[in-house]
Design a protein around this ligand. Structure first.
Ligand SMILES: [Zn+2]
Length: 363
């Protein structure tokens, strides 16, 4: 029961000099082992992945980032394969790391042990539950201070209304799954995974009378953004941008932050799609984005100037094998999948009609 005294952890992955012999995917193995450990305890986590294998802190950019975040009191614990991953370097490095861990009262958790740098005896504590009972008071104290320091805790949902199919769990400041909405979400996910288009799925939903998250008809762009959203992986992402777009208020200039510098909190709320499903959806939708019809845009006299008389939708052209050009039948489809019934015609006729009416104006 006392195991929930840890809420947010940092997972630090780094190759060690002795990992290089033999096995290739050591880091991946470590990542699996550590994320299993973290998920089993239901902790929220952020992964810090070091590419190089230097022992010195100066040459470990991810570790420097981690240290700063520990100093800022982001985490209850740092999870590593073994304690030496943190500081095998010189004495100065080691002392610096331990001081930061102590001052922020951050534990070090390995698959075997929990280290508490504030333990006077500096002894290793092997019983995880023992640690939580013993340091409950300190953790509560820390949480209280932290509440003042950074306001919102990592992994909290602070982006306004809950994303479909979630509802806000106000007490935990987190997201819960709405079972009814989840049925709808799973329906659209499985339709997309089996090759349906976003507009096709919208038509299905609208015909069934299922409202969009804002209570309207589903549209392609809404469904497209929803189905690609990473929040459904159980993730909350921070720091995609910095500064503000506000013109009157004096803020730092708006900047888009590189993805490797985002803070990605995993396991922040229940996931409704797996990483494998997500990857497949991305592949499916990306492959469909390249549409050859746009390549020819602007190559005809009347390109972009011809609209359907029945519905006002912009009409497309298509070259025919006989060298002539076809004005394609109107491609407009309503929210239920009903097509406009305006038929196609050869461009020649249209151009002729346009020329004739222009001549009338001349006269
Ligand atoms: Zn039309």
């Amino acid at each position: 029961m006392e195991q929930r005294k840890i809420y947010e952890v940092a997972v630090y992955l780094r190759k060690s000099w002795d990992d290089t012999g033999g096995e290739e995917d050591v880091l991946l193995k470590h990542e699996t082992a550590l994320t299993d450990l973290v998920r089993k305890n239901n902790w929220r986590y952020v992964i810090y992945r070091e590419i190089g294998s230097s022992d010195s802190i100066d040459f470990r950019p991810e570790f420097r980032r981690l240290l700063k975040d520990i100093e800022n009191d982001f985490y209850d614990a740092v999870v590593v394969m073994d304690y030496d991953r943190l500081s095998r370097g010189d004495k100065e490095d080691r002392a610096r790391v331990e001081k930061i861990l102590q001052q922020s009262n951050t534990l070090v958790v390995t698959p075997q042990r929990v280290y508490d740098l504030n333990d006077e005896d500096q002894e290793l504590i092997t019983d995880i539950e023992g640690v939580f009972a013993r340091y409950e008071y300190q953790m509560i104290k820390k949480r209280f201070q932290r509440g003042k320091k950074i306001g919102a805790r990592l992994g909290h949902w602070t982006n306004g209304p809950a994303l479909f199919p979630y509802v806000c769990h106000s007490e935990a400041h987190s997201l819960d799954v709405d079972p009814e909405k989840l049925d709808v979400y799973n329906f659209m996910k499985h339709r997309i995974l089996s090759g349906a288009t976003c507009s096709g799925v919208c038509w299905d939903l609208n015909r069934q009378g299922i409202p969009s998250p804002k209570g309207k008809l589903w549209s392609e762009s809404v469904l497209y953004r929803l189905i690609l959203n990473e929040v459904h992986l159980g993730r909350v992402v921070y720091g995609k941008t910095s500064g503000g777009l506000h013109k009157k208020r004096k803020t730092a200039p708006f900047k888009v932050i590189a993805r490797e510098n985002w803070i990605v909190v995993e396991n922040a709320h229940p996931a409704v799609k797996t990483p494998e499903e997500h990857a497949e959806i991305v592949t499916l939708l990306e492959s469909r984005r390249i549409q050859p019809k746009h390549a020819r845009r602007g190559t005809y006299l009347l390109s972009g100037l011809l609209y359907c008389a029945k519905c006002g939708y912009s009409l497309q052209f298509q070259p025919k094998p006989n060298g002539r050009t076809l004005v394609k039948k109107c491609q407009k489809t309503d929210a239920f999948g009903n097509c406009c019934d305006n038929r196609g015609v050869e461009l020649e006729h249209v151009e002729k009609a346009v020329m004739e009416s222009l001549r009338e104006h001349e006269a």
